[in-house]
Unconditional design. Structure first.
Lengths: 348, 348
């Protein structure tokens, strides 16, 4: 018998219907080990993100690790550049052309910022196998770009995300994340803010803090944790092995991250991404960051978090039409599978 | 420069960023013509939906076209059966076990109905190439099952959907649709109801009726139309070639469909599915039906419609995190491409 689960922080419904698949391992039984990345060289002549090819991208907006030398030259360890094919651009005024088409059709010019964060000079480095120091630079670069863009008064939200693997929408193999800054708060964030505030007003607490406390007490859905962060498969995971990373202390915006937490975040990201790659055989995945809108720090009811969604199953017509997900794995079993590194679980 | 478009009926945002792809044709330039369906025989021995294999499914709940003979025997033209691996089942009470896990985790048993509508006895018949009479039977079977299930007092919504092609989540090739009936109104429908009601209260009209009137007046996004139905690519299409079919007269629920409209619906579905298959080389797609919840007929602000979403592009981390879609095609160009059957468009 399946189970309908409901998430208090988002209002989301999930049908946990494990009879539709077999045990967690069966999802990857058919997956071929991806061609070893070592077969790809660390440098590709035609990759715009490889060292030495800096002129193939628009001029950089940030570089970390280049001790000397001019911008857009080799020597960097992280490089942030505008997306060459941006979905939005910082041109004109936000809201310009609004209602231009007239009638009930509302449009405005695509105002915003779209950047690419190149996470390593090495083309063939797996993002789940970055050294701790390099992962810290990745987090630092995201933080520094978010901080800089938060000063643009017309931007309201920054969506940081990562697509890994072609089936997850990545068009370039070289490890990179992206961010899109928008002049409005996206609907999914708006929905979470509203549900969380409702919960806060009823219960007096942050729904994410309450959830985390219960997850830590129960333990059965935990993947890993350290002093500052916890990683677990949520009770209402939409897709197999969806994993969250969340700060243990209440913080509504990613920009509240402090220097003491940064290495712990880099460390838990490395552990989780490495574990998923190892146990699920380098699955394609999407990663995204949810946090409070810009210039709204200290919200007592919202709590920033990272979401990693492997693409081992497909949302289809039912999910697209209803917004309800059918998860063919049981979160508790999947978490145990990750904790035990895919070895056959005995006892508990 | 891209454009941010907003839909009044759903609150949805879409970024139309055509520079990220080339013209509509380029999306399918890389698509290989799918192995001809004629290479597959019309009958497969191991397919549970093929004629003669009736015992491979749970007992049928409806069959059309079998003039004589017992249930679960050959001779049918449409057959509806419970899903063998149901996501939900009509067992116990809805809401049973609610809050069972305690704390803030809310669950109930997976109460509901999950059925499969086998659309033709022919395994290799393309759903875009059903004869008019057969397509009418498809519509009739959906209508009859929705009507029967609407009498279950504990069900609140029926999600009808269709997955075509493996990349769109179809696990069985034999043409079929599905329905899942739920004891709650799904979040996406709730959101549309709320936005539509807000619009209605402000403007005094149904946002779908208003949109349709403007689409008909403008014409540039129309795909085809007949006396009772219109098909167009919406102004806020999320993905390339997303196409809507909507009744010309206001109707909030699919169950308000009348006998005069039924052949016209079958006809426009055949035209649209056939055109998409022809022009886009048999793309994988999802189709779903949106309408008013059960037992709420005659809503003045909501309007049922069919949505067809070809899976030529992938929603990735940005879409998953924000709920905002980046459409790499321009709806106006895509509609023209469909109207002109993929031939090079000259003039307008």
């Amino acid at each position: 018998m399946s189970e309908l689960r409901r998430d208090l922080a988002s209002g989301r419904w999930v049908i946990v219907a494990a009879e539709r698949a077999d045990r967690p391992g069966s999802l990857i039984a058919g997956r071929q080990e991806k061609e070893s990345r070592e077969a790809t060289p660390p440098h590709m002549e035609n990759c715009p993100f490889c060292m030495g090819n800096e002129t193939m991208t628009p001029p950089e907006v940030l570089a970390l690790g280049r001790d000397s030398g001019l911008p857009d030259t080799p020597g960097w360890r992280i490089r942030v550049v505008p997306n060459k094919y941006p979905a939005v651009e910082l041109q004109g005024e936000p809201g310009a052309g609004e209602g231009a088409e007239g009638g009930i059709f509302r449009a405005m010019t695509g105002y915003g910022v779209h950047e690419v964060l190149v996470e390593t000079p090495e083309h063939n480095r797996h993002p789940g196998a970055l050294e701790q120091q390099q992962m810290e630079l990745v987090v630092e670069s995201i933080y520094r770009r978010c901080l800089a863009l938060s000063r643009e008064p017309n931007l309201q939200y920054i969506q940081v995300y990562r697509n890994h693997g072609r089936e997850a929408g990545a068009s370039i193999e070289h490890p990179h994340s992206q961010l899109i800054a928008l002049p409005f708060v996206p609907p999914l964030i708006k929905g979470e803010l509203q549900h969380s505030r409702d919960y806060y007003e009823e219960s007096g607490g942050c729904p994410y803090c309450h959830t985390l406390a219960e997850e830590l007490a129960y333990g059965g859905r935990m993947v890993t944790e350290n002093r500052f962060f916890s990683a677990y498969i949520p009770y209402v995971a939409r897709l197999p092995f969806e994993t969250w990373i969340i700060p243990n202390q209440h913080q509504s915006s990613f920009l509240e991250l402090n220097g003491g937490q940064l290495p712990a975040l880099a460390s838990i990201m490395g552990t989780v991404l490495g574990r998923l790659a190892e146990v699920l055989r380098d699955p394609p995945y999407n990663l995204y960051l949810h946090g409070a809108p810009l210039r709204s720090p200290g919200l007592p009811y919202y709590h920033w978090h990272l979401v990693i969604v492997p693409r081992l199953a497909t949302g289809a017509g039912f999910e697209m039409g209803s917004g309800v997900y059918i998860n063919i794995t049981v979160p508790e079993e999947s978490a145990r599978y990750l904790r035990e590194k895919g070895e056959i679980a005995v006892g508990i």
